[in-house]
Design a protein around this ligand. Structure first.
Ligand SMILES: Nc1ncnc2c1ncn2[C@@H]1O[C@H](COP(=O)(O)OP(=O)(O)OP(=O)(O)O)[C@@H](O)[C@H]1O
Ligand SMILES: [Mg+2]
Length: 294
């Protein structure tokens, strides 16, 4: 067995903003090389908090109260900030949610794509240019020379997200964190971007944490999945097991509430209140701890 790329062990966190309200409760998960792992749950479940913890950008008002995040044998939570800075962008990279705001509007794509290559890999201007062209070709941008000379506002949202995907994979990271990377895009573009992320991670053998609230997206690109509710892991496992043979009432209700993967066109059912009530009871999640009224 090869060691996992990332291992989150019993991670707990509270908000110092809301009188110590719990955000994560004993969250554990392992991620192997080349695996795409979905983090699923409704708004406030703690998905982005996990993503931020992996990226070393937890807000000051979120306090980790227990657990570890082992990355490549090191604990991200106790690492010196200098070492953390070295890892971020190189060994761990982000595909952001909103390609409109993630690029600097005042700089050409070439400058933004080659900064890391020059700084972290020491490439010359010419070599970084060649590498940027190759990266854009890899994310299927047809006229990379023209695109490198563009400012972000001259490009569509889908094009910008392709560029950000190229940037995320540019330095050969071991882990890519994608936090809802398609929700800001047109529906028609979303599928292409999902396929692109899958193809890139497959070609590079990269592990991906994929944050989404959409089980359809999980079905499409995730090998495995963790379902969160109010900061707690409700169910986890290989995608096919969780989606086709869900064990937990909440998972079953979420699957019933969404489009059917096995029966397209079947009716939608809301998640029944009784399921939420049962969740709170068995998970020890009281109404104060729930992220919002359900
Ligand atoms: N900066 C912060 N300081 C303190 N608490 C925060 C902060 N940001 C978020 N939280 C709390 O952490 C909890 C989890 O939020 P998080 O953003 O991780 O949820 P999420 O699952 O990503 O939701 P969404 O689907 O809306 O993006 C929420 O209860 C939220 O109030
Ligand atoms: Mg979020």
């Amino acid at each position: 067995m090869t060691a996992p790329v990332v291992s989150i062990e019993a991670l707990s966190a509270v908000s110092t903003r809301d009188g110590g309200a719990p955000i994560l409760r004993d969250v554990s998960l392992n991620l192997k090389r080349g695996e795409v792992h979905g983090l699923v749950g409704e708004s406030g479940a703690g998905k982005s908090t996990i993503a931020k913890a992996l990226l070393g950008i937890l807000p000051a008002t979120v306090k980790v109260t227990g657990g570890r995040i082992r990355f490549d044998g090191r604990d991200l939570l106790t690492m010196a900030s200098r070492e953390l800075r070295d890892i971020m962008g190189t060994e761990i990279a982000l595909i952001p949610q909103d390609p409109q705001t993630a690029l600097n509007p005042g700089r050409r794509i070439e400058a933004q794509l080659t900064d890391g290559l020059r700084l972290k890999q020491g490439l010359s201007k010419q070599m970084a240019h060649e590498r940027a062209l190759a990266l854009l070709a890899e994310v299927q941008i047809r006229d990379p020379e023209r695109v490198l000379a563009c400012y972000p506002h001259q490009l569509s949202g889908g094009m910008r997200q392709r560029i950000l995907i190229a940037a995320a994979f540019a330095l050969g990271p071991k882990l890519v964190v994608a936090d809802e990377p398609t929700t800001a895009l047109d529906v028609t573009v979303q599928k292409e971007i999902l396929r692109l992320i899958r193809r890139m991670q497959d070609a590079h053998g990269t592990a991906v944490i994929f944050v989404t609230h959409d089980l359809g997206v999980v079905a499409q690109i995730c090998d495995s999945v963790t379902l969160l509710y109010a900061g707690k892991v409700i169910e986890a496992g290989p995608t096919s097991d969780v989606l086709l043979r869900p064990q937990h009432a909440y998972t079953k209700a979420l699957i019933a509430a969404g489009p059917r993967y096995d029966r397209p066109g079947a009716g939608l059912e809301p998640v029944p209140d009784a399921v939420f009530a049962a969740l709170r009871r068995e998970g020890g999640i009281d109404s104060q701890g729930a992220p919002h009224d359900v």
